[in-house]
Design a binder for this molecule. Sequence first.
Ligand SMILES: [Zn+2]
Length: 215
Amino acid sequence: MNIEDHRRLRESLGAFALDQLSPGERTAVQAHLDGCADCRAELAEILPLAAPLKLVDPARLDQDPGAPPAWLEGSILGAIKAEPRRTGRWWLAAAAAVLLIGGAGIGYAVAPDPPKIPLESVQVTAVAAGVRSTADVVPHTWGMEIKLVGTGFAPGKKYHVVVLDGQGKVAPAGEFIGTGAKQMSCNLNSAVLRADARSFEVLDETDQVILRGQV
Ligand SMILES: [Zn+2]
């Protein structure tokens, strides 16, 4: 792969993390990631930042088209401010995803469906009172995705998720905002491979463990 092709592929990692690529493009990126440690490292940094965008539930947007929630824009702006050196075009892909979401859900609705991947249901133990949750994990070539559904996370409060491997190493898997009694559903991505992952934890703003999952 020449330098120009590699630059273009690297710029598509943001869109890849957001599931915004066509199946063909996605396959090309996946094949490249298998052989390129640099791009895997780049993706590992992008995934936790991209996760808030994936919180948006397309089903809810269909019923309630409108502007993206303020916290969603806030997450992106916050991430940009936190990472000023990250000026590559992948942020355009992130912004485009927000515009699609903002466009009355139409753009989101016509986006290609991600390929159907079998979900693996995992055991979740709530540590905090009032929290009820289930989780499935999806193995990817670049890491593991956690699909978390639950209620009882304090509304408006920020939670972060980490994945632990067999050596006790901790990797970030993204953040979400609690929705109280209303069911919350989000996809969280970590760069820990499914085979290496042992558990994940959801922590609150004071780093208290709210729930644990065995994977
Ligand atoms: Zn590469």
